[in-house]
Design a protein around this ligand. Structure first.
Ligand SMILES: O=C(O)CCC(=O)c1ccccc1C(=O)O
Ligand SMILES: [Mg+2]
Length: 311
């Protein structure tokens, strides 16, 4: 196969606020594989603050490859380049999507969530996610109360702490979760506090979802082996090989929430295909994120490719 790649960079509009600070630019790489039977596009969208490779590592890897590659090379991409494993493997021909799963929309940060949900509701979203641990906890708990009052009864609300809470704050949020019937709280504590999250998960009705702790397939496997039976957030674009992810999900029945990493339409389609195939139960997938960008929003892969330049 002929292999080509083009890096991209797109601005968040507005910038994304998490407890780690502001994220302004999403960088990634589009991969193009072609042979006499056709063309396939894949996308490498690393998330280094989640423990995947950095975009620079992925670019260096792409630069190290010859312009003709084969499947055995793709199968041999090492586990420490999980976003590359995903990007190359999903550029290979495959059967496509069953049905688009229901999606959760990511709300604007802070108090702006209280207005922001309405447009998203009108667009058809019924599940919403709000980032916490960004501002003072007292203010955020007040905003949660308002949000919970204003959201229609058939809406679901999930919270994402991005590993930014203290144990004491985690208790406060889980208590609030029980009060306001929150669908789940994502990654309350840092990755090294697995046992504490297991203990917390047994003390409250509100379910805990691991996200940063299960970023790659290797971590997912480890947390499963150590007995985690809450929710697993799966971000296909950084989890690693889709074939190996498929194998894991088919072997173990886990409560999975598939989720975006702010990728373009290319990795999004591959991720949604996996979500449609592997999601079980009624968890909305976390792909309601396209409203965060005005750059590179096309669904046409060839057109997206044409807009980029080789590096
Ligand atoms: O999962 C969702 O609903 C939206 C996507 C999301 O929150 C996210 C997107 C990129 C990087 C990290 C995260 C996260 O879940 O922490
Ligand atoms: Mg998360």
């Amino acid at each position: 196969m002929r292999f080509e790649f083009r890096p991209y960079s797109r601005a968040f509009n507005p910038p994304l606020l998490t407890c780690h600070g502001v994220w302004r630019i999403r960088r990634g790489i589009i991969v193009r594989l072609s042979d006499e039977s056709g063309v396939g596009f894949g996308e490498i969208a690393p998330l280094d603050w989640f423990g995947s490779e950095r975009v620079e590592d992925a670019i260096a890897f792409c630069q190290s490859l010859p312009s003709q590659i084969d499947r055995s090379l793709i199968r041999a991409i090492p586990a420490d380049l999980p976003a590359c494993q995903f990007g190359f493997e999903s550029a290979l021909p495959s059967v496509s999507r069953l049905e688009t799963p229901r999606m959760s929309a990511l709300l604007p940060p802070g108090e702006r969530a209280c207005q922001g949900w309405e447009t998203l509701w009108q667009q058809g979203y019924r599940t919403f996610k709000w980032k916490i641990g960004v501002n003072a906890i007292g203010d955020e708990l007040k905003t949660l109360k308002q949000l919970a009052e204003w959201l229609p009864n058939n809406a679901k609300l999930r919270l994402d702490a991005n590993a930014g809470l203290t144990v004491e704050q985690a208790h406060q949020w889980l208590e609030a979760g029980d009060t306001y019937n929150i669908e789940f709280i994502e990654q309350p504590l840092p990755v090294d506090q697995f046992e504490t999250m297991v203990a917390l998960s047994q003390q409250y009705a509100t379910t805990i979802a691991l996200d940063e702790s299960v970023a790659t397939l290797r971590q997912l496997q480890t947390c499963y082996d150590h007995g985690w039976r809450g929710i697993f957030v799966i971000k296909p674009a950084i989890a690693g090989s889709p074939a190996r992810l498929r194998q894991f999900c088919q072997q173990h029945s886990i409560d999975a929430v598939f989720s975006s990493v702010f990728e373009t339409a290319i990795a999004r389609e591959a991720g949604l295909n996996l979500a449609a195939e592997l999601s079980c139960g009624d968890r909305a997938v976390g792909y309601g994120t396209t409203h965060w960008f005005t750059d590179l929003v096309t669904e046409n892969f060839e057109e997206l490719w044409q807009r980029l330049s080789p590096c």
